[in-house]
Design a protein around this ligand. Structure first.
Ligand SMILES: [Zn+2]
Length: 200
């Protein structure tokens, strides 16, 4: 059964059910983008609510477009490091169950098979470090370690998105990817393509 998001009640005596993780702003999993920020500059709900979830989604995937500060990168990093804790968990947030919530983005991450999760995390980190390098900032990760995750065989019968270097991911099956890797390695060429996403 897929995992679900439940409402964290503020009433006394509410207890988190087993197999559930709290992801609101009292946790490392909270959305740093707030509806209030957008309402302040003139947006109305529920559009503002949708926007902060979109911002959260792309920020988590390594975009620095809406918040290009070291603080933002450290915060994302903390979340990415803890992301495997959400694997296979239900999530709790004070949002109503029928309203949009950043927890829905986290549910998608938590539903990924572990190999896909590892690739997605490495892909986000590599993306952040590329943008940091562009601004003359120090990378947060060892490039070789990220490359090792992003240039590996991922097993049979999966779909993968591969970046061949132009930043536009192409969808391959894992057989095609593995053949590509094998041919590059036979030719002792450096593998320049990178996994962006792995689908079960
Ligand atoms: Zn929420």
């Amino acid at each position: 059964m897929p995992n679900v998001r439940i409402k964290r009640e503020r009433t006394k005596g509410w207890r988190k059910p087993p197999g559930c993780k709290i992801v609101d702003r009292t946790s490392d999993f909270g959305n740093p983008f707030t509806v209030a920020q957008l309402v302040d500059i003139g947006y109305a709900e529920p559009q503002a609510r949708t926007m902060v979830i979109t911002e959260f989604r792309s920020w988590l995937r390594g975009s620095r477009a809406n918040w290009a500060a070291d603080e933002a990168d450290q915060r994302r990093e903390k979340l990415l490091t803890r992301m495997p804790e959400l694997h296979g968990m239900d999530l709790a947030c004070p949002c109503e169950e029928d309203e949009a919530c950043h927890g829905d983005v986290l549910l998608e991450w938590g539903a990924l098979p572990l190999v896909a999760l590892e690739v997605r995390i490495a892909s986000a980190r590599a993306r952040v470090d590329r943008q940091r390098a562009f601004q003359g900032m120090k990378p947060l990760h060892d490039a070789a370690a990220l490359t090792a995750v992003l240039t590996r065989d991922v097993g049979p019968r999966l779909l993968v998105d591969v970046d061949l270097g132009d930043g536009i991911p192409q969808r391959w099956d894992s057989g095609t990817w593995s053949q590509y890797l094998a041919s590059q390695r036979r030719a002792e060429e450096q593998v320049t393509a990178r996994l962006v996403e792995v689908f079960a």
